[in-house]
Write a protein that binds this ligand. Structure first.
Ligand code: IMP
Length: 199
C-alpha cells in the first residue's frame, strides 16, 4: 500500500540495484520506479552524465506528473582513457548483462597490472519538480578505486564485483549494502541532494 505521508518521487530508472540503494539513502521520501507510469526508457543521446540524467528525468516527468529524480552513473577507467564512462550500462553492446560488461572490461584490461588499474565511479543526480522545470537540482559524487583481476563478491550490481575499494581491501560487491552506501558515488550525491531538499 502507498504511504501517502511521504513525499513521492519518481525514480527515472528500472535498475533494481539503483532503486534499492536510492530508497535506502532517501528514507524520508517514497521512491516510485518509473515503470509504474511508463515502460519506455529515455534515449541517452547526451555526451555527459549531466545531459543523460536530464534526458531521463524529463522523460519520466512527462509521463508521471510527479517530481522526478534521475541518476546517471558509470565507471571511468584511467588505462582505458575514461571508458566505459557514460556507456557503462551498454559497454558490451545494447542489452548487455552485467556479466557481459564485466567480461569485456577484464578483456580490455588484460595485461594491465593492478597498480595501473585506477578507476572511479561517477554519479550525477538530477531532480526536476516537473517536466518543464527550468531550475533542476544537481548533485554529484565520485568514488575512487581500482579494477580487480577477477570478480569477487555477490552484493550490489553492475561492476561492483570488479571494483576494489581503498581502505577495505575488498570489492564493492563484498561490502554490506550500508557500507557501500556510506562510501559510494551514489551515496555522496544523494546526501548532497537530501541537504538541498531540506532547504
Ligand atoms: P545508467 O543506468 O545509464 O546510469 O548506467 C549506469 C551503469 O554504470 C550501470 O548499469 C552499471 O553498469 C554502472 N554502475 C553505476 N553505478 C554503479 C555501482 O554503484 N556499482 C556498479 N556498477 C555501477
Amino acid at each position: 500500500m502507498i504511504n501517502t505521508k511521504k513525499l513521492q518521487i519518481v525514480l527515472a530508472s528500472n535498475n533494481p540495484g539503483k532503486i534499492r540503494e536510492i530508497q535506502t539513502l532517501l528514507p524520508d521520501y517514497l521512491i516510485i520506479p518509473q515503470s509504474e507510469f511508463i515502460q519506455t526508457e529515455a534515449e541517452e543521446t547526451g555526451v555527459t552524465f549531466v545531459e543523460n540524467a536530464l534526458l531521463k528525468a524529463r522523460h519520466a516527468a512527462q509521463h508521471s506528473h510527479l517530481p522526478v529524480l534521475a541518476d546517471d552513473s558509470g565507471l571511468a577507467v584511467d588505462a582505458l582513457n575514461g571508458e566505459p564512462g557514460i556507456y557503462s550500462a551498454r559497454y558490451a553492446g545494447q542489452g548487455a548483462s552485467d556479466k557481459d560488461n564485466n567480461d569485456k572490461l577484464l578483456l580490455e584490461l588484460a595485461g594491465v597490472p593492478f597498480e595501473d588499474r585506477t578507476a572511479r565511479f561517477i554519479c550525477v543526480i538530477v531532480m526536476l519538480e516537473h517536466a518543464a522545470d527550468p531550475v533542476p537540482l544537481l548533485a554529484q559524487g565520485i568514488w575512487e578505486g581500482k579494477i580487480l583481476m577477477h570478480p569477487q563478491g555477490a552484493n550490489g550490481f553492475g561492476y561492483d564485483p570488479l571494483f576494489w575499494v581503498h581502505g577495505h581491501d575488498c570489492s564493492s560487491a563484498e561490502l554490506p549494502p550500508e557500507a557501500k552506501n556510506t562510501l559510494s558515488h551514489r551515496g555522496k550525491a544523494l546526501r548532497q541532494l537530501a541537504l538541498m531538499l531540506q532547504k
